[in-house]
Design a protein around this ligand. Structure first.
Ligand code: SF4
Ligand code: SF4
Length: 80
């Protein structure tokens, strides 16, 4: 069985979709994730380089069209 991280394609179109959700999410802003790799599309690229010390807030992934399309679960991909 493929893991979540392998399911979603890392491409520019998906990054644009991600920006709509991660980009406005409290966890993203609180932890300055835009300035730390991989900056977004965590469901494809894996967690943030600052995940270990990240404060957890709401996650907007469940509202994202990729979350539904790829049958993802839970969210908070930036920290897991
Ligand atoms: S599921 Fe979350 S991490 Fe993945 S593209 Fe959507 S908002 Fe970004
Ligand atoms: S993965 Fe979830 S918690 Fe993390 S920045 Fe994206 S929407 Fe926010």
């Amino acid at each position: 069985m493929k893991s979540t991280v392998e399911k979603v394609d890392d491409n520019a179109g998906n990054m644009e979709i991600c920006k709509k959700y991660c980009g406005s999410c409290p966890t993203y802003k609180m932890n300055n994730l835009q300035n730390n790799p991989p900056q977004g599309l965590f469901c494809a690229r894996g967690k943030s380089s600052v995940a270990e010390n990240a404060k957890l807030g709401n996650c907007y992934c469940p509202a994202c069209e990729l979350f539904t399309k790829e049958h993802l679960i839970i969210g908070h991909f930036c920290t897991k």
